[in-house]
Design a protein around this ligand. Structure first.
Ligand code: SR1
Ligand code: MG
Length: 408
């Protein structure tokens, strides 16, 4: 009988045996089935069901799934991810799937199956409206990060936590794919419409000013251990239903700059926005997304400031001017990361459905072109955006889109 006392990468039939032997979740008489449902780049995700109830098992592999880049990844990321999902539920109840079981030998964990939830990216592409997104996302952004920052944790605990969550391999992926590849294409894996070659050459590959901003942000990402951040908070890492969002896929988490998550999620809402501007002429849906993005920035600012003032343990930072200074710094990072996330997903190998699902080559090229312009401007003007009024951000975005539409 298989003991599961030594790590190996499981197949469907191993998962079934594992669940029967180790988990005792289903009754022995149940006819259980297992299906691999992962569509990410990194892990293996299985749904195990008895026809009525189901659970999800996530196992880490040593390599990325395609392994075209030959990356070897630390498999301990799996148990760290399960712990961090539990941390999310502790600081903000119901914000992540519940963890049922962790196995540090097999590098897997089992969690509740969010069957009646949709992946936020798909829901937005399909034009779904939810009125709780901005409130819940900003609660998550503020609570999940600030609760682990120096202002709120004991200084020794925070440093130990920062050491525990060092995440070398996964951070290296972001250091390369987010900060380097859009400008240097070292891996030679960049892909985008051929008609944009000249534009990308002039504005990314040969743009020293933009490359300088990316370099500054890269070294901030590598050295500014402000708080435990999710590290990959795109709309494919979030599940949604009529009442809740649930955050998952935090294998990229580490102690990094707080603005990183805000920037990543803002960029991913902009993917939805630009997709709908080009594909779906429903103005109501455009305004829905416009308001969600504006609200995320507005609510982030007010919740961040309030938590800082009310809950911080350190008297030296309970100072309005310091909080304003710190928040502006977080926002500068966030707008820069927003630009980089847009640029790397539009030019690089880690693609998004808002571009990839568009069959019409001309429309796809228009979406890419609009996104590239938005990405470049967010990165270039991040300092100005950080001190401007929150409602100005989406005006800034609409201005870029209108200019492109008016100039053909
Ligand atoms: C090799 S991993 C490519 C991308 O997928 C993940 O979701 C991260 O965003 C990463 O950059
Ligand atoms: Mg992921």
């Amino acid at each position: 009988m298989m003991q599961f006392n030594e790590y190996f990468l499981m197949k469907d039939e191993d998962v079934l045996l594992y669940v029967k032997d180790k988990l005792k979740y289903f009754s022995q008489n149940d006819n259980i089935t297992c299906k691999e449902i992962g569509d990410g780049n990194i892990n293996y995700v299985y749904r195990i069901s008895n026809g009525k109830e189901s659970i999800i098992l996530k196992q880490a592999g040593v390599h990325t799934r395609s392994n075209s880049s030959g990356r070897i990844l630390d498999i301990n990321r799996n148990s760290r991810e399960a712990e961090i999902l539990s941390h999310y539920n502790n600081v903000l109840p119901n914000s992540a799937p519940k963890i049922i079981h962790i196995d540090r030998v097999m590098n897997l964990f089992v969690m509740e199956d969010l069957k009646d939830f949709l992946i936020l990216r798909d829901a937005l592409i399909n034009g779904k409206i939810y009125n709780h997104l901005q409130e819940q996302l900003t609660d998550f952004l503020v609570e999940s990060t600030l609760s682990t920052a120096d202002f709120f944790m004991d200084a020794f605990d925070k440093k130990e936590n920062a050491a525990k969550y060092v995440n070398k391999e996964l951070c290296k992926i972001s250091e390369e794919l987010v900060f380097r590849e859009p400008f240097f294409n070292v891996l030679n894996e960049n892909v985008f419409s051929n008609e944009l070659n000249e534009f990308v050459n002039d504005n990314l590959y040969n743009n020293k000013k933009l490359q300088l901003e990316a370099a500054k942000l890269k070294y901030e990402f590598m050295n500014n251990a402000q708080a435990l951040i999710h590290g990959d908070l795109h709309t494919g890492s979030i599940f949604v239903n009529e009442n809740y969002i649930k955050v998952m896929d935090c294998e990229f988490a580490f102690y990094g700059p707080i603005g990183y998550d805000l920037g990543t999620i803002t960029a991913n809402f902009l993917f939805a926005y630009v997709y709908h501007l080009n594909i779906n002429k429903d103005k109501n849906y455009h305004s829905f997304l416009f308001n969600v993005i504006n609200d995320i920035i507005r609510l982030f600012k007010s919740k961040f400031t309030a938590k800082f003032l009310n809950d911080s343990n350190d008297i030296s930072v309970k100072n309005d001017d310091y909080i304003e200074y710190y928040l502006i710094d977080v926002l500068k990072t966030a707008f820069g990361i927003c630009g980089l996330e847009i640029l790397r997903r539009t030019t690089g190998c880690a693609r998004v459905k808002e571009i990839e699902s568009v069959d019409n080559a001309n429309i796809r090229k228009n979406i890419e072109y609009m996104l590239l312009n938005i990405g470049i401007e967010c990165l270039s003007y991040r300092e100005r955006l950080a001190i401007s009024k929150e409602e100005d951000f989406m005006k800034f975005i609409d201005n870029i889109a209108d200019n492109i539409n008016n100039n053909g």
